[in-house]
Ligand binder design. Structure first.
Ligand code: SF4
Length: 422
């Protein structure tokens, strides 16, 4: 398949199964393919998981399922080198490809050569939370730093004449994420005279309506400007749910629900349809502070006007997604992957239930201690899984209660926050 150029914007998702559980992973890949996913990613922590991935790919291909499979690598460059011979694409994170930058560059050169020989693509997938100190001390922990971090790696690709590359610059903060992609898009055009395909997404968006609205604002703003070739709506839910959400954002933009489109009100079939269209229509202007409010008169759901309750609920959620007004806690939750060792979705829902009164507090719920603390970005508090059945609680980036039993963790988190804000 092709990503970029004239190809339609594709939709991706990622398995949340253990990659070593071959049966469950194959099943989830099949469900994703049936639901219309164009690409599927699996976490690939080490060489053992590369072997598992190889078996998963063989089973899928033997059953005639051709969906491209991406190996998701963090921390172990050698796993990327091995995965490049197995997967269709290898995602590496510049922030943690190797500890030492010179080693990272040497390993990346090796990776390029293997990918060239094998016809494997690379995604340079940076997340705001994983920017290294080498970058933040020079450019800042901000969209410019994100853009510069990625440009270094793209220059290596250009120098080696390797162009089978996609790039992402995700953040859970819609403002940061949109600015980073805009900066990168302009920098690529200016320096290279072309743009590498962009994989666009709001990371750790959480679940439910708030996550969909946040994703529609971030992804929809960029797609409306012609930026973005493949998307992932990251949800702390069944990964299959990410596919209709992604398609809904693409459709809303294509139907003219953008600030420069033909619409000034929303005609939706149901509330789900409404939130995507309204978010891509008004979200970009709120995000860029071109407007301070929007008028829902004239918008309809299944031919009727919105109820007062629907209108208030949606306005609050959109304002918060655009970082304009915080009426609820701000949740940052990873979608979970093969590294997650607890029931992330139900835990996240329980945390939401118990903390719903804490408007404006940023609370992260993360699946693993390997990536979680780095990826929870600017959260005030973090609930991070640490091994099976245990959790570490963070205040900002500092662990304050380590390795506590999972059954006690939500109450302890609440105690911690309430003591702080008294
Ligand atoms: S933070 Fe979540 S999505 Fe990221 S690696 Fe850990 S479990 Fe997976």
């Amino acid at each position: 398949m092709t990503i970029g150029g004239d190809a339609p914007v594709s939709v991706q998702t990622m398995c949340n199964t253990s990659t070593d559980d071959i049966g469950a992973s194959v099943e989830q890949c099949k469900r994703a393919a049936e639901a219309g996913a164009d690409v599927i990613r699996l976490t690939t922590q080490g060489l053992k998981q590369v072997d598992s991935l190889s078996r998963i790919v063989s089973i899928l291909r033997s059953e005639g399922i051709g969906i491209p499979v991406v190996a998701d690598i963090h921390f172990l460059a050698d796993a990327a080198l091995a995965a490049a011979k197995v997967a269709d694409k290898v995602r590496i994170n510049p922030g943690n490809f190797a500890k030492d930058h010179d080693v990272a560059c040497a390993k990346f050169s090796e990776l390029i050569e293997i990918c060239r020989d094998e016809g494997t693509a690379i995604r340079i997938g940076l997340n705001h939370g994983s920017l290294g100190e080498r970058i933040t001390s020079r450019y800042g922990d901000n969209p410019t730093g994100m853009k510069e971090a990625v440009m270094e790696w793209l220059r290596m690709c250009v120098d080696r004449a390797f162009f089978n590359v996609a790039v992402s610059l995700k953040s859970s903060n819609t403002l940061v994420m949109v600015e980073a992609y805009r900066l990168l898009y302009s920098a690529m055009q200016e320096e290279f005279g072309f743009t590498f395909p962009l994989h666009v997404g709001v990371t750790e968006a959480g679940n439910g309506y708030q996550a969909r609205i946040k994703s529609a604002v971030g992804i929809g703003t960029l797609l409306g400007e012609g930026i973005g070739d493949t998307i992932r709506v990251s949800l702390t839910e069944d990964p299959i749910n990410e596919i209709p959400a992604g398609r809904a954002i693409i459709s809303a933009v294509q139907e003219g629900y953008t600030p420069i489109g033909v619409r000034d009100s929303v005609q939706a079939t149901d509330y789900d349809d409404f939130i995507f269209k309204a978010s891509t229509l008004w979200g970009p202007s709120l995000l860029d502070r071109r407007i301070d409010d929007f008028d829902l008169t004239g918008s309809t759901i299944d031919g009727r006007p919105l109820t007062e309750e629907e209108a208030v609920e949606f306005k609050d959620m959109l304002m918060q997604a655009c970082r304009r007004r915080f009426t609820h806690p701000e949740y940052i939750a990873c979608p979970g992957c093969g590294r997650t060792l607890y029931d992330l979705e139900s835990t996240f829902n329980e945390v939401k239930k118990k903390t719903s009164h804490l408007a404006g507090v940023k609370i992260a719920v993360m699946g693993c201690v390997v990536n979680g603390p780095g990826e929870m970005a600017d959260a005030d508090y973090g609930y991070v899984g640490e091994g099976r059945g245990h959790v570490t609680l963070y205040r900002g980036k500092t662990p304050v209660l380590r390795y506590i039993p999972q059954e006690e963790a939500i109450d302890k988190l609440l105690e911690l926050i309430e003591k702080d804000i008294k």
